[in-house]
Ligand binder design. Sequence first.
Ligand SMILES: Nc1ncnc2c1ncn2[C@@H]1O[C@H](COP(=O)(O)OP(=O)(O)OP(=O)(O)O)[C@@H](O)[C@H]1O
Length: 265
Amino acid sequence: MTESHTHKSWDQASQARLRVSRLVLSWGEEAICQDVSFSVNAGELVCLVGRSGSGKTTLFHAVAGLTVPDGGSIFLDGRDITGRAGEVSYMLQKDLLLPQHTILENVAMPLLIAKVPRKRAFATARESFATFGLEGTEGLYPSQLSGGMRQRAALLRTYLMDNNVVLLDEPFSALDALTRKDLQAWFLAMLTELDLSAMLVTHDVDEAVAMADRVLVLGSQTPGAARPSTIVGEVEVACPRSDRADFVLSSEALALKRQVIALLG
Ligand SMILES: Nc1ncnc2c1ncn2[C@@H]1O[C@H](COP(=O)(O)OP(=O)(O)OP(=O)(O)O)[C@@H](O)[C@H]1O
């Protein structure tokens, strides 16, 4: 039996869609992440929080296959995808829409890059505009949309990469507080509707507890040193997505935030 077969039975038993095992990452001589292991289960939203510079983006790049780790492995449904791009969808921190292209052209980009014929790419993209609350914006340009709408378009573009695991790096951070709240609630409903598993980087402990099924904390175990980072703890948020609006105001949510903040150190 090969190594990946061994992991496949393990993953299926544990429902892990994505499994990261003992990842080691560095930039040149500098060790950024050391011995990072975690999994994302089917349908789960995991939020990754960590101080600035702890290596969240570096970790996401590796999971997305944009860099090859110095050690460790990444499995998707039990398949070793270490160093392979395109297996999980990734929305970068500054995933800007191209200003000179229409929303339809922007959203269809992953399909066009995958060499789907233009007509079919646009038809496929159009089908999801209503689901993402973007109907009527197909022919508009990014500058004609509100920040929230632009972010929905970027999320739709990520969705059209057509993987059932998505990585999102601070997708709501540039939005004003009210738009962010609306979009967070909408995003949770979308994840459920589309049956996606997701991992989201955020600086914002409130956002993590408001959205996640599980919060992972990336931090250093070496006193006084910011790096190398590892997963220093996790906090489970056992609240149905539909009840989150009330939950965030509860003493239970406050207690969970305290736990996350304590892990951040
Ligand atoms: N392209 C790069 N080349 C060299 N070093 C890098 C590069 N990108 C990141 N680093 C190093 O890795 C460290 C971690 O950066 P990273 O962006 O992963 O952290 P982060 O937790 O996402 O930070 P933030 O929350 O501020 O976005 C940085 O402090 C920097 O030293």
